[in-house]
Design a binder for this molecule. Structure first.
Ligand code: AMP
Length: 548
């Protein structure tokens, strides 16, 4: 029997219209370094309609791709809203990809238009001649257009393009399963792979993350997505803000701790989302700038790579900020789990839940597959690769039939860990980063978390390197905090009651910074290469065999 309910498609145009009407007075505030730029959601809604008309005027029709090369700001939000709503496909280019990868993804997606921030013109201009499908470049802000011209492209000024355009648009009624946006994965070897989100998947993902058990945004919030809109849709925050009425504070290019601290204080930011390195930097800044006031901040979501438990503790104890750990992937839209503990637990009992990667979101199913291909019990102990499926999980890549990532209707995440009966998931490692030492596995994440708990350590990354006797052994690269000092022997001693003795690394390198990927994660490929090429100053101590 079919239901008697209306068959209304879940479309992003509804999200935009809803935000602009129901929360017309909520604001998007863009940090400029000087006076912040403000616009209400009602104004944004009108400009979004104007932009859609302007893009139609440039010939954008059906599912053509419109790329962005932008920071998190009001203009980017407008493109985010206009392009899918009009039925075209938004492609957020990761400005930090290597030039060849950027050219590859723009050509692979067959982008027709690119909207670029004026401050990024210099980065994009040299690549445009190789981005062969781009016909129009739209510049957001004042810039020299001549460097973008050539190759049959037309260059437009964003403000001029939408000036005088109608302030309403008759949004098409689309199939909710049609493409709304695409994002390419980063950090993998080989070419990036395209994930294509649908209206339905983005709509459901946005609704779900608004829940109080998840990000819990509301109209009284001023939410600061530091995570870029080109990194897995800023974790869904922009659409979630429109649905929930949360104000948005957009950092633009000002991602340094000093600016973030000022943004938080000046604009009374209540929530934020970013990768751990951003919070590590902010914490170091706050330590040396006691005048900085982050008292408005309630909840921050940290994910993208494992959040050191010491970071969660430090923010809570010193600043009263609730750091919420979350896990996700470009392929999962991206939020897959959020580590809010079950209700009614003491702080001590809640702690293991809070440092886990979190409880799977409603709608995301998970299973752990052991090395023999069998599903492991959900007992929080048995370890294997996590596989997920759900309405906002990718079932394939765009024009790429790589079967390695998919297993009979499930996405293979490449993350190794365990699952509990109440669906909390703990990652011990990326499958490719697990260190296999003499037949035993060492979790690089456990070692990193333990090391980053040392008061003198700013950052620590651990990779497996070849070892004649054990096959592989851990190498720790450590960044020491400014003005602090620590020796290898002190760090080994510090680890001795935190991990099994045989897991304590004997290879160490002190570095000024841990190399990062385009989305701010530790770049373990680079560390392994530096080690192999003799580029690290390695200090060694006797291995586990010698020390017993
Ligand atoms: P990306 O598609 O760039 O967002 O990368 C997704 C990958 O980031 C996941 O498969 C994990 O390996 C890693 N990741 C994301 N969140 C976490 C987390 N909270 N803890 C550990 N790893 C994470």
């Amino acid at each position: 029997m079919l239901s008697t309910m209306m068959d209304v498609p879940l479309l992003l145009s509804r999200v935009v219209e809803y935000g602009a009407s129901a929360y017309g007075t909520s604001e998007v505030i863009t940090w400029t370094g000087g006076e912040p730029r403000r616009a209400t959601y009602a104004e944004v809604g009108r400009r979004v309609a104007g932009l859609a008309h302007a893009l139609r005027g440039l010939g954008i029709d059906a599912d053509q791709r419109v790329a962005t090369f932008m920071w998190n700001n009001q203009g980017h939000l407008e493109v985010y809203c206009a392009v899918p709503s009009m039925g075209a496909v938004l492609h957020t280019l990761n400005i930090r990809l290597f030039p060849d990868q950027l050219v590859y993804v723009a050509n692979h997606a067959e982008d027709q238009v690119v909207v670029v921030d004026h401050t990024l013109v210099g980065l994009l201009a040299p690549l445009l001649d190789r981005m062969t499908t781009i016909r129009h470049v739209v510049v957001n802000g004042p810039a020299d257009h001549s460097v973008l011209a050539g190759g049959g492209r037309t260059v437009h000024d964003y403000a001029e393009l939408i000036a005088g355009m109608p302030e309403a648009f008759d949004w098409p009624v689309l199939d909710e399963r049609s493409a709304a946006a695409m994002c390419y994965t980063s950090g993998t070897t080989g070419n990036p792979k395209g994930v294509v989100y649908s209206h339905r998947s983005n709509y459901l993902h946005s609704l779900t993350i608004c829940m109080s058990g998840q990000l819990g945004l509301g109209p009284a919030d001023r939410t600061l997505p530091v995570v870029p809109m080109f990194h897995a849709n800023a974790w869904g925050v922009p659409y979630a803000a429109l649905l929930s009425g949360s104000n948005l504070v957009m950092p633009d290019r000002f991602l340094q701790a000093e600016h973030l601290a000022r943004m938080i204080a000046t604009l009374q930011v209540t929530r934020s989302a970013a990768v751990p390195t951003i919070w590590t930097d902010l914490l170091a800044y706050l330590d040396t700038h006691p005048e900085a006031d982050v008292s408005s901040l309630k909840d921050v979501l940290v994910g993208g790579s494992a959040c050191p438990p010491s970071l969660i503790k430090a923010f809570e104890e010193r600043f009263g900020v609730n750091v919420i750990h979350g896990w996700g992937m470009t392929e999962t839209s991206p939020v897959g789990s959020v580590a809010r503990p079950p209700a009614g637990l003491s702080a001590e009992d809640a702690w293991p839940y809070r440092v886990s990667q979190g409880r799977l979101l409603p709608g995301v199913e998970g299973r752990v597959i052991g090395p023999d291909g069998s599903e492991q019990p959900r007992d929080g102990q048995a370890v294997g690769e996590l596989e997920v499926r759900g309405p906002w999980v990718a079932g394939a890549y765009y024009q790429d039939d790589d079967p390695a990532k998919f297993d009979d209707g499930w996405l293979r995440t490449g993350d190794v860990g365990s699952l509990t009966s109440d669906l909390y998931f703990t990652i011990t490692d990326r499958a490719k980063d697990v260190i296999k030492s003499g037949g035993e596995w060492i979790s690089s994440v456990d070692l990193e978390n333990a090391l980053m708990g040392h008061p003198a350590v700013l950052e620590a990354s651990v990779v497996g390197v070849p070892d004649e006797r054990w096959g592989e052994r851990p190498l720790a690269t450590v960044v020491i905090k400014e003005g602090r000092d620590v020796t290898v022997d002190q760090l080994r001693e510090f680890l001795s009651d935190k991990v099994a003795r045989w897991q304590v690394p004997e290879r160490w390198a002190f570095v000024s910074t841990v190399p990062k990927t385009s989305v701010g994660k530790f770049d373990k490929k680079v560390i392994r290469r530096q080690y192999a090429e003799g580029g690290l100053d390695v200090i060694t101590r006797p291995g586990p065999g010698a020390s017993g």
